[in-house]
Ligand binder design. Sequence first.
Ligand code: 6PG
Length: 492
Amino acid sequence: MSGQAVADIGLIGLAVMGQNLILNMADHGFTVCAYNRTTSKVDAFLDNEAKGKAIVGAHSIEELCSKLKRPRRVMLLVKAGAAVDSFIEQLLPFLEKGDIIIDGGNSHYPDTNRRCDYLAEKGILFVGSGVSGGEEGARTGPSLMPGGAKDAWPHLKDIFQSCAAQTDGEPCCDWVGDQGAGHYVKMVHNGIEYGDMQLICEAYDMLKRGVGLTNQEIADVFEKWNNGVLDSFLIEITRDILKFTDDDGTPLVEKIMDTAGQKGTGKWTAINALDLGMPVTLIGEAVFSRCLSSIREERGRASERLAGPVIDKFSGDKAKIIDQMEQALYASKIISYAQGFMLMREAAKAYGWTLNNAGIALMWRGGCIIRSAFLGDITNAYKKNADLENLLFDDFFHAAIEKAQPSWRQVVAQGALWGIPTPAFSTALSFFDGYRAKRLPANLLQAQRDYFGAHTFRILPEFASEKYPIDTDIHVNWTGRGGNVSASTYDA
Ligand code: 6PG
């Protein structure tokens, strides 16, 4: 079946995100053609949510394509992986050179790179777009992070930017970069989301088990934090979750099994950080914390055998430790975002992308899960200096972390004394101390490597001599045994 080319864009996948994005686009004056593999969903959608709106339906891919204005724009909101490739193949017979396919799922960026190349050969413009904000964001204004075939952007800009969240009069959507850059940036967004969530969980654990607050009291703390430097979507929803009571009047959150799920985007970020050699420690700890939570039965057995400190009833100054925790969370968050931007800088170098840090921070400022006032400060930092080497070198963040430092140390120390795990707070502080250390103990490490495996080391310039020449791989016979032959060096 074919139809008149009436629609500005087609959308495949009528799960809740897809439906909401279609409604959002229609609200902004665009005519959308909806298609779903189970076509009864198309009819149900047209008869209900889409009724009376500028939305038409299609019962086949061919019909969908026939209803699209040129160049055809088709957005996929389907499960990442094989489903994306399958729909691309189904679309191809009905598309022409210059038509555009957009993948709005949480696809892994190497897949997006591959699809860009594959479709470029066929003259089709492929765009991988991060879409963040959950169902509500899709309906009212998500954060959109498109990247791929840049020639597609002039044909998408209007639709994308008008449907995206707007903050301070600017859309939370801009062109990210070539190939899989949009999905890459969304992946890092998700990694940072994992980090923010883990930090919040650690604060909750300390406030509950250490300070002895009730859920309502913790909710009040989060309410207060949400009016300060931590003002963000995740703090806000945590407040509401803590207040939410079940039918029996007790907090529902306490009935939820403490095993965290994950769909892989945080893990991809951590793996990519390892691949690129970037110390993105906070996201790494956040992923491992989810892993530790999921070995619940083993933890149950360990809890019976492995004792730690007994936490006494808190007799200190509650208001003080709550303020200290706010500062610790803030400082750790600064580290997490600094690490995230370090990773993106390295990725840009490694993959040949031009990533605009201020633009990325602005895209995350509203609409997405990590949206916060804090991202406005990051936007400002990069607007002031696009080449900022590290967020910690910006005056605003430098001052913030200076101020937070004593409280941060106190909280990490207190967590250790209580025996309450604070992997994210702790790794953030260790990173900070490592990053600001002119000298790290890697000298000893190099000596060890050379001792047991003749892996060689370099001499500090001030100790260079004929015996130890500068910029040279040196091996020493540490034991008097063995030979003087060194192993070859390479970076894994
Ligand atoms: C978003 C979210 C979303 C992600 C969920 C679940 O930006 O809207 O990042 O894309 O799928 O947060 O992720 P996990 O199941 O891995 O926790």
